[in-house]
Design a protein around this ligand. Structure first.
Ligand SMILES: CC(=O)SCCNC(=O)CCNC(=O)[C@H](O)C(C)(C)COP(=O)(O)OP(=O)(O)OC[C@H]1O[C@@H](n2cnc3c(N)ncnc32)[C@H](O)[C@@H]1OP(=O)(O)O
Length: 129
């Protein structure tokens, strides 16, 4: 799994228990999944269709730095299914795992559209083409 993004846990990210608010973390994960899918599928019209159960394993506190990892589980016809792990860089602990996030590639009318992708592509390889 590749960890693409880091986030700094700030006061506005906390819950009343003074730890990282779960809803904020899910928003970061959803954005990361969307960005990853948009880049992989080379289409800015990609939406979140389904997210599997989530497992909050540990938490983070103000000042911690966390990193968000994404990997591809499956390339479908119009969809891409990802998995995600978020780690606390300070404590080395896993904060959350999401086993399945399905993103759907849309056409300009908002309908599912075949993306034609079958494997992860890297920007450096695209530049060489
Ligand atoms: C980044 C964001 O925050 S986006 C905002 C939140 N998301 C949204 O607003 C999306 C709202 N939903 C929608 O607009 C519609 O449900 C759509 C357009 C995404 C999909 O419409 P559907 O009629 O369900 O599409 P359809 O049945 O053709 O399925 C499309 C793909 O999704 C997959 N899919 C559909 N339902 C599910 C599900 N419950 N779980 C996993 N995958 C699913 C299908 O297998 C198919 O994949 P494939 O073509 O690779 O085999």
């Amino acid at each position: 799994m590749r960890f693409h993004s880091r986030k700094w846990v700030k006061p506005e990210d906390l819950n009343p228990n003074h730890t990282l608010f779960g809803g904020k973390l899910l928003a970061w994960i959803d954005e990361e999944a969307a960005l990853y899918s948009i880049i992989q599928l080379e289409n800015e019209r990609v939406v979140t269709k389904h997210m599997s159960e989530i497992n909050f394993v540990s938490s983070a506190k103000q000042g911690d730095i966390i990193e968000i990892g994404i990997d591809v589980v499956k390339f479908g016809k119009t969809s891409i299914t990802l998995k995600c792990e978020v780690r606390n860089i300070m404590t080395k602990e896993t904060i959350i795992t999401v086993n399945s996030i399905t993103m759907v590639n849309l056409d300009s009318f908002g309908r599912p559209s075949m993306h034609g992708k079958t494997a992860i592509e890297f920007i450096k390889d695209r530049v060489k083409k």
